[in-house]
Design a protein around this ligand. Structure first.
Ligand SMILES: *Cc1c(COP(=O)(O)O)cnc(C)c1O
Length: 410
């Protein structure tokens, strides 16, 4: 079996090695939670300091134009577009993933009058389901159908306006076939909306190749845009003129500075902006996205597979007999960049690992989840995390009241 020296040698030969140096790595920490909150790019503090002391303190109102604040949703969106296989004018950075889901789902339903079903699966991220349910309650005549993923293709019929799914499952890491499911939706006359929160920055995403209609995604996970970073939304260009924004704010107006009484949507994707965004948050995301401009996505994918394969092998060897059950696809081709195991003591075990400086997270009811962010996670990190996990199970170190007591936010 692999030893630590072999992992260190793999790190030395890693083509993505230099990217780890672009992030602040807290001393002594093994961070396997970059899929929940990405690490801080080292360039972020200086960039934010410049925004605060220069653009804000000195530039004040002038910075909306002089520092490009007004244009940030589009300029940051253009950088995001490259990561998801879209054109620069098909993506804007704005609002939260939840709010963007609301805007696009309502627009999708309006584009398919006569069809009154929003279709999703029960393992989709909760906010995605709740937002759809809220829209159904708001519109009155729309229903949300929640059917297991395997049954989704058969459930797409002429009643379905839009199918909304995650590209990568937040618990099981399973990669959904975006192209095939989108084609299935289109064959039935429905639209497809994809949530890229656990895929963009983890695996290659090609919205154009999949013919996706709409997409949303998160800025603070694999993209490292900082806590509460702006999210993004995508609308395929040929749908933009017909898609009506349900939140008709002044940032989406065709002439925001005419201060007209009546709303007229801007042409293009800008109509899906609604109100003022934070230039501080935008600057942090913009800085983080610059790192991606020369990342080889094939190398990223290869490393994600290398890290996850190694972790699974080490855990299954060294924790054998402790009732851990793999919760992600065993075939790397179907798995994104995180690995989960079921264990009845999963909650306490994750707390015990955290006490040893290994941070992953727990997802109810019994899932221990470890994110492997190929830009900065090393093979040595994987080895050390697995060693801690083996020790925690071998010694039952999790079997303590302090680890069993539930925190409010985990
Ligand atoms: C993280 C995540 C979100 C987050 O939504 P917010 O509005 O940023 O809280 C939404 N969808 C998925 C699939 C996620 O993984």
């Amino acid at each position: 079996m692999t030893d630590r020296a072999a992992c260190v040698a793999r790190d030395a030969a890693d083509p993505l090695r230099r990217f780890r140096d672009l992030f602040h790595i807290p001393a002594g920490l093994i961070y396997l939670d970059g899929n929940s909150l990405g690490m801080m790019p080292k360039a972020a503090p200086a960039r934010l300091d410049g925004v605060i002391t220069g653009e804000w303190a000195e530039g004040l109102i002038r910075s909306w134009t002089d520092a490009g604040w007004w244009d940030q949703p589009r300029s940051v969106g253009a950088k995001l577009a490259r990561l998801v296989g879209a054109d620069a004018d098909e993506v804007v950075a704005t609002d939260s993933t939840s709010v963007n889901l609301f805007k696009l789902l309502v627009a999708a339903v309006k584009l398919r009058p006569g069809r009154r079903v929003i279709l999703t699966d029960p393992d989709n991220f909760p906010t995605d389901i709740y937002i759809a349910q809220g829209i159904a309650a708001m519109l009155g005549d729309v229903t949300v159908k929640v059917v297991p993923l395997a049954d989704i293709p058969a459930a797409i019929d002429e009643s379905v306006a839009v199918v909304t799914l995650s590209h990568v499952d937040y618990k099981t890491s399973a990669i959904n076939d975006m192209a095939a499911l989108t084609a299935r939706a289109h064959a039935a006359g429905a639209l497809a909306l994809w949530d890229l929160s656990h895929s963009a920055g983890a695996i290659e995403v090609d919205l154009h190749a999949a013919r996706a209609d709409f997409a949303v995604g998160c800025g603070y996970k694999y993209l490292n845009g900082g806590p509460g970073a702006p999210a993004y939304l995508y609308i395929r260009r040929d749908l933009q003129a017909a898609a009506q924004p349900p939140i008709a704010g002044w940032w989406g107006h065709s002439e925001p500075f005419a201060f007209a009484t009546d709303y007229r949507p801007a042409t293009g994707i800008s109509r899906f902006l609604c109100g003022t965004q934070s230039p501080l948050a935008m600057a942090a995301l913009d800085t983080a996205l610059d790192i991606w401009s020369d990342v080889d996505m094939k190398a990223l994918r290869a490393k994600a597979i290398g890290l996850t394969e190694l972790f699974i092998a080490l855990v299954e060897t060294h924790c054998a007999g402790h009732k851990l059950r793999l919760a992600v696809p065993r075939d790397a081709a179907h798995r994104a960049s995180h690995v989960s195991f079921h264990h009845p003591e999963g909650y306490a075990a994750m707390r015990a690992m955290r006490a040893r400086g290994v941070i992953g997270d727990f997802r109810s009811p019994d899932v221990m989840r470890f994110g492997f962010t190929p830009l900065y996670t090393s093979y040595a990190d994987v080895f050390d995390a697995a060693a801690h996990m083996a020790d925690i199970f071998a010694t039952r170190a999790y079997d303590q009241a302090e680890f069993r007591a539930r925190e409010k936010v985990t």
